[in-house]
Design a protein around this ligand. Sequence first.
Ligand code: ADP
Length: 433
Amino acid sequence: MVTALLGRRLSVLLAIGLSITANELMVQREDALDSAVNAALFAAVSWTIAEVCRRLGGALRTARALSRDLAMREMLLDTILTSVPVVTLDREGRTQRVTPAAAAVLGVRRDEAMALPFHTLVPGFDDLALESARQGGEVLTPSPGSWTVSRADASPVPLTIHANVLPDDIWPEHVVLALADQSQAEAIRQRERDLTERLNNVWRLNSMGEMAATLAHEMNQPLTAAAVYLHAGQADLAKIGPAAEEAARALDLARIQLLRAGDIIRRMRELLSTGSRTFTEERASQMIQDLAPVFTLIGRDTDVVIDIDADTEDDHVMADRIQLQQALANLVKNAVDAAMGREDGRVLITGRSLGPEGYEIAVEDNGRGIPMDQRESIFHPMTSTKAGGMGLGLSVTRSIVESHGGALTVGSSRLGGAAFTFRLPHRSELDAA
Ligand code: ADP
């Protein structure tokens, strides 16, 4: 038995052989047949016992290995669960296990939270929700996907909870709840909402300013023409003589008012065109990269993928950062609008360093492109093909680019749509201009 428990089959055979030999030497047998039968019986019985012992030994070793393995797994699970907010509930909805991370999320001590009905920890997580967990797995949510837990420190924490029902033979735990603290995600969403609002405000303000400038420009011409016509009318009335004096005076008053209106508009244009331009030395690639969050906002709610590929070498330019970024954002917004209808909508913003030629920025898309005969007219103010479009973006963008000593051109993109390109001169060239 000892050999079977400790050794291999060969040792068992040896032990049996030695025992039979010793038995033969020590015990006197009647004849050879008696010896042989004795030896055979001894061998058979001891071999059977040895086999039973061997199997027993094997089973013991396996059991030990299994329980070691189980302990390791338990340890691993405990370690994993320490950092994962998980709560288990029994059939009555009382907490059975609360991991440290779950206690932290719920803002309670683990020992305090044990055996409590879960809805006392997360108000609103009611029996109805648990019932739905029992039936299907995913818990019904009272509001879009989240509960709010009010911690002792009074900061409400938005939570999402996913529930899984355990098999019936696991007892007493019945439901596993995986909690996820949504405060950070909620803060990011709030920040995104704020940013969108701010971007829209900036956009509105900028558009209003530019619209006023454009209107001023557009109205200046008809006003001047009206003044000229009035002047001509006055000259004609003068020929009639004193009878038309009254009318001529009225026309004169009208002409003075027109000139005044023109003056107001001129001053407004001056204010708008010179008031906010401040050129500083900028890195063009950085200006583009800094707009990445704005591009993300522009592309939000669309499937358009927006990529940036900007050379970082030799990219120093003189620019009014805000104005130039507004111009770029205008181009990207148009490009996203154009590519939006497509399944694989794509916009690419490239920045290329052209050595002494300056730095070239292109905004391309794989939208419908711009027909040859519209490539000039789209830059005219109030030209738009969009419902609700003001048709100011491109004219504003062009004037911003021109004020930077560049020129905005449009062509076809290798992506399949339109490509708007402009070049910014390096500092020395702008100074010389
Ligand atoms: P808005 O965007 O308000 O229409 P814009 O001056 O920015 O004003 O654009 C004028 C027109 O030029 C747009 O209505 C559109 O028809 C055309 N356009 C601008 N960019 C693109 C583009 N990337 N792809 C196709 N068409 C474009």
